[in-house]
Write a protein that binds this ligand. Structure first.
Ligand code: ADP
Ligand code: TRP
Length: 323
């Protein structure tokens, strides 16, 4: 079973990214041949600063290594180290109907927000299809927001196979990570960079403390029953066992439990939970050349899988000399 996923380098990860995506990626590496890439080509549709892109891409490699991606097992590489994917994106773009791309939610959202859209944003799903199809991936674990992109990938694969009369591409199965709960942010909305309500698990401890202590709570007095659906309790639950949760929720519902006590306990649990990852990250931070070695080795292994698929697509389409 081949598992593939890409992650955009877009700044420091938060607790929502970890429980919503990174943790599953780490777990999946034991279940098959996992390939994860740092989607720096895709980041060009939003980030315009070259230095920022380099830094974010490097930081994302550190984050993934820290969270437990094992380079001896999974392939971790930087998307732009395999320019083959852009060639395949061109080939696929010629069998992708305009109407398909015009229906993409992500593109329509950007237009609706009044952003100055460009061709890269419009063609984003074609590059994503190329990422996936070049490995003939079986399973693509992504969040709910990427579901339509995967459906488009299947359409594009079918369209190419049909057009050239060869089954060059396998239709991938989306693995929508929808059983993962949406992690609330410190203001109670979905935790997201764009809302400035995140708890960044690799931030200095003082900053994490400030974020946890700043979680918004209501003014229910200590002796009154508390609403356990509130962000504070949901966040706390991420770091507790089932029986611990049952016990704390019972105390909250009975009244007599103060928010301050829960915040302090959440902070302690969160720091303990992420201590191994923080330590691993600190070790990788001082080994820049080794990180580059991991990515170079990843690109080499990825190319060994990707190249034959690209060659088969080129051949089917009549590009290059006859084989
Ligand atoms: P952000 O909203 O902070 O910009 P991204 O859109 O870059 O986060 O998300 C990267 C990954 O993390 C996606 O797979 C997404 O589904 C997951 N993710 C982001 N925020 C959350 C959250 N609050 N709860 C669960 N998963 C999340
Ligand atoms: N579009 C994805 C996101 O924003 C990232 C991505 C790019 C990806 N290429 C991919 C995910 C291929 C899975 C497979 O989250």
């Amino acid at each position: 079973m081949r598992i593939l996923s890409g992650i955009q380098p877009s700044g420091e990860p938060h607790v929502g990214n970890f429980f919503g995506a990174m943790r599953q990626h780490v777990e999946l590496q034991a279940k098959g041949e996992a390939i994860y890439f740092l989607a720096d080509y895709h980041s060009m549709t939003s980030i315009r600063d070259a230095g920022e892109r380099r830094r974010f891409t490097h930081e994302l490699a550190l984050d993934y290594l820290a969270c437990g991606i094992d380079p001896a097992r999974a392939i971790l590489y930087r998307q732009s180290d395999l320019p083959e994917v852009t060639e395949l994106a061109w080939i696929l773009s010629t069998v992708t109907p305009m109407g398909l791309l015009e229906r993409a939610h992500s593109f329509k959202d950007k237009v609706a927000q009044g952003l100055a859209v460009h061709h890269g944003l419009f063609a984003y799903p074609v590059l994503m299809a190329a990422d996936i199809l070049i490995y003939n991936a079986d399973i693509v674990p992504v969040g709910q927001d990427q579901k339509q992109h995967l459906e488009m990938t299947r359409d594009i694969a079918g369209s190419f196979n049909h057009c050239y009369g060869r089954e060059v591409f396998k239709l991938p199965e989306p693995m929508i990570l929808e059983n993962v709960a949406v992690v609330p942010g410190t203001d109670g909305r979905k935790m997201s960079k764009s809302y400035d309500n995140t708890i960044r698990m690799f931030a200095p401890q003082g900053e994490i403390k400030k974020a946890v202590m700043g979680i918004v709570t209501d003014s229910t007095p200590v002796d009154q029953p508390k609403d356990t659906a509130a962000a504070l309790f949901q966040l706390w639950s991420l770091f507790a066992k089932d029986d611990e949760r049952a016990a704390l929720f019972a105390r909250a519902q009975a009244g007599g439990l103060g928010y301050g006590e829960v915040k302090k306990d959440l902070l302690a649990r969160l720091l303990a939970y992420f201590a191994p990852q923080r330590e691993r990250r600190a070790q990788w931070e001082s080994r820049r050349a080794d990180v580059e070695d991991v990515l170079a080795d990843g690109a080499r292994r990825a190319r060994a899988i990707a190249r034959p698929t690209l060659d088969a697509a080129r051949d089917a389409a009549g590009l290059g000399p006859a084989r």
